[in-house]
Design a protein around this ligand. Sequence first.
Ligand SMILES: NC(=O)c1ccc[n+]([C@@H]2O[C@H](COP(=O)([O-])OP(=O)(O)OC[C@H]3O[C@@H](n4cnc5c(N)ncnc54)[C@H](O)[C@@H]3O)[C@@H](O)[C@H]2O)c1
Length: 352
Amino acid sequence: MDVAVLGATGDVGRQICTQLVERRILPTTSRLQLVGRLDGASGRAVHGLRADLIDAYDEHAPLLDVALDPADVVADVVVVAAGATAPASAGAPMTRGQLAEQNLAAFTAYADALARYGSGQEVVVVVSNPVELGVAVMASALKRHRVIGMGAWLDTLRFRREIAVSLGVRRHRVAGFVAGQHGDDLVPLWSSVRISGLDVDERRRAVDRLRGGRSLDGFGAEIASAKEQLAGLRDMSEAFALIDSWPPDLRVVARPWMTHQSGAKTAAGTASATIDLVDTILDGRDIVVAGQVALAGEVLDRTGVLGVPVVVGQEGWSRVLLDEPAPDEVRRLTAVADRIDAANAPWLGGGA
Ligand SMILES: NC(=O)c1ccc[n+]([C@@H]2O[C@H](COP(=O)([O-])OP(=O)(O)OC[C@H]3O[C@@H](n4cnc5c(N)ncnc54)[C@H](O)[C@@H]3O)[C@@H](O)[C@H]2O)c1
């Protein structure tokens, strides 16, 4: 199976390409298409990236080629990592609305080209932000089941890791999902958490201890206060030590936010989660992940884009698995879904 990476020379795109090759996700007979822009610096750099990857990994690299025109993108899995990102420095905020304004054209250009020239069978993994807008644009041009945003999967892997750290166990022993919107409006689904080796009562006690009597009703205010505290700190080791003292779900939001603010960005972690998702899709077996998808009433009667646990396979996502969310999860998911709809509406022709 072939993979195309849009925005291949960006920080995230380059990490995705490198990890795809280095981790031997693709056999040497598959093709990895590096996609840049004819009218941007990436039009030159993408040829250099190809040469660099061959230099490093020639023995086991897949076939590497370059595309500079959206009409030339051909692959079984298309990873969308093209587009602007928020500045990676303290005090340089960019709202999701501003990002939407900058990235809408790229989302639309690639969605239109894939609808026109694609096979109709490709699965599109949206990494670029706002991921919910990217999914909405792609899903309106392509089959919605073939479009999945990876923000919720990245948040899910972080949630599992933070829980594992608090319990002193390895991450693979922890299951559970994060839903909602990627970023401050994520929804940690504590009701979905499972810890291998613990029975139901032990798990309930462990989760209660980790949550410390909090519910999701106060989560938004906790995030706002956490960011305010972190913004006042200049010493990064102090900032990350403060984050370490917080509960796991708050750390899921605060740690990557601080990482981005520090100037380091989150390219390696984002790429790793993307590779995980691409590998799952290529694998062919149906596996439950979390992702932003365009709903048609499958959950909470919603029709917009929302991050939810879904079954994913080679043909995209097939079903939503959100059977019995807790009442505070339903309340937060509903509020978040409303906010996503409102944020997307101006860009989707749904009114300003
Ligand atoms: N979903 C996640 O978890 C997550 C995490 C980190 C970053 N991101 C997103 O990934 C995207 C890329 O981030 P980055 O740090 O690699 O940015 P970057 O600025 O380093 O790279 C962006 C790349 O996109 C290309 N590009 C920019 N505008 C384009 C356009 N209009 N058409 C085609 N290509 C275009 C650039 O040439 C460049 O190669 C951003 O939208 C960012 O917000 C998502």
